[in-house]
Design a protein around this ligand. Sequence first.
Ligand code: ADP
Ligand code: MG
Length: 656
Amino acid sequence: MYGTVETIPYLCKRCYSCVRECPAIAIRVEHGQAVVMAERCIACGHCVTVCSQNAKRTKSEVNYVLNEIIPRGNVVAVVAPSFPASFTDDYAKVPSALRKLGFDKVCEAAFGADLISPKYLAEIEKDGKKTIISSACPAVYNYIEMYFSELVPKLAKIVSPMIAMGRYIKETFGHDTSVVFIGPCIAKKSECKDEKVEGAIDAVLTFAELKEMFALTNINIADLSDSNFDAPVGLTGKSFPLAGGLIKTAEISDDILEKEIIVVEGRSKVEEILHELLNNKINARLIDILFCEGCIKGPAIDSNLNYYSRREKVINYINDNIKSADKQVWKSNIYNARNIDLSREFEDRDKRIPTPDEEQIKEILAQTNKFTKQDELNCRACGYVTCRDYAIAIAKGLAENDMCLPYLIEKLERAYKELQDTQEQLQSAEKLASIGQLAAGVAHEINNPLGTILLYTSLLKKELDKKLESKQTIEDLDLIAEETNRCKNIVSNLLNFARQGNLKVSEVDIYDLINTILKPIRIRPEFKGISFLMECEADDTTIKGDSDQLKQVFLNVISNACEALEEKEIKKVNIKISKDENDIIVEIKDTGNGIPKENMGKLFTPFFTTKKMGKGTGLGLAIVYGIIKMHKGDIRAASEPGLGTVFTIRLPLNLQ
Ligand code: ADP
Ligand code: MG
């Protein structure tokens, strides 16, 4: 399949304007780049016009014409009648410029239009009430062949003015003549390569390409003099590029056929009429369809003038030339061409992909967070009119998930939040690591003197036990031993904190582990009256981890929950274990006094405690945090002051 439009890699900036404009859904987004699929493209050229980044361009034939066709000699240029809309000030000099470029003859495509228009008249006047669709616009017949193939039999089996002119020139001037068509249309490039009209035209240039050739060969069109086209000149065919051009050219009487002719121009109207025709709602005799609003709005017209000024230019040109044309000569030229075959065939090239089933569409919509009708914003940022159309395009392999802007923004916000969280966690992990090193050093140094104090305290106690009057001193020594033991407890916690680095990994059943911890907790006198509820939603709760360290985690968190219940009437601790694809999730929820908002950020900081002197060390959660991070897990707290707290711990099933 000949690809008329090329995509220039990396220029595409994901605006999806081309996707929005493409009537054939022939643009696939791959890795963020919108690429034209040659096999689905109808060559209308709309994507080229709307791409502000110039990421789409028509295949150029400038080099081919300059370096191969012109040097061959015996070359005829066929210029489309819309040329005054492109060469606005110098249109009368275009024939001179083309001759200077090396063309031997410069003819008007308008004569081709004059040749085919009687054929249309004959078709209309032929038997029955059959609806005929004009086939002069290649984007239209491509569209019908590929996406409305049921309508192919309605296409008039008549060649376009370009092909008519090509066949005429080859028949009249000799088959070794090369014919180059120059016009405002990108689709003509695809028509030129169409096997069914092969051999009539050797190359197609756009007006923009012609201007490029003038620049390359230093031809300044303004310096040249006006000149006429070579014979055969066109007559009413000159009005072909205007709205209803075919009707005017064929001189079909509006009076007789008033309601039986429909002129349709522009993409959205074209789609509309084809759907109507498909549904058998139209009975007109002739439907003249052009993909652009007249060829003067063609994608390669290359002019700064607006539609009306362009129209004016073409009309002026027609008025200037029609009057001076020799009608007798024109008539005899038409007569002499009577035996030229101006027919062609069309074929069914159906490219429609079946619509996916409802389940599949729903599944795809859900992938971009659209679960209900309200979630479907239909914002068109992806290039499709509705979220549903977009989902269908994904199912057909024509679009990607990442084209949905609201979904992308949500994804980005989530990623940003996660990044922020990770950064905070990283900072506190770093802080904890340095505190851990310091703690290990200090703990080690303090542990030995504490041992010595305890030893001598017990020796002294033994000595004094023998003497009755030393009761008070013994009590003092007990206090020294008690306080020293408290210090030892802190030191051992500090060492635990510092030791988190080494994990002894084995298979650990979290459900069993928590049950083991709960046993001694349940019987502790200070936790009397607490009801414990254990729920498990996972069938297998085994993970890879360090059993001793994980015991510490749950012991600390459950102890904290129990301690928070001290002054509460309702004393409940609920533990829920669940599981998702990657993690075991343990929720420890209490009905305790909760955590004030201002303390939420300090929970995992070493030595942060709100408990009475001698009750808390403030190291429990710091240790918990360190151990969980070593297990590549996560811990989060949520609390409602006065009502209770829930700690959610996530531990990966497979520690790598
Ligand atoms: P400690 O228990 O020694 O005070 P932790 O590091 O274990 O130290 O806890 C730090 C602080 O976090 C506690 O003093 C308490 O204020 C708060 N905290 C932890 N868990 C809870 C909970 N379940 N309910 C209320 N406060 C809690
Ligand atoms: Mg604690």
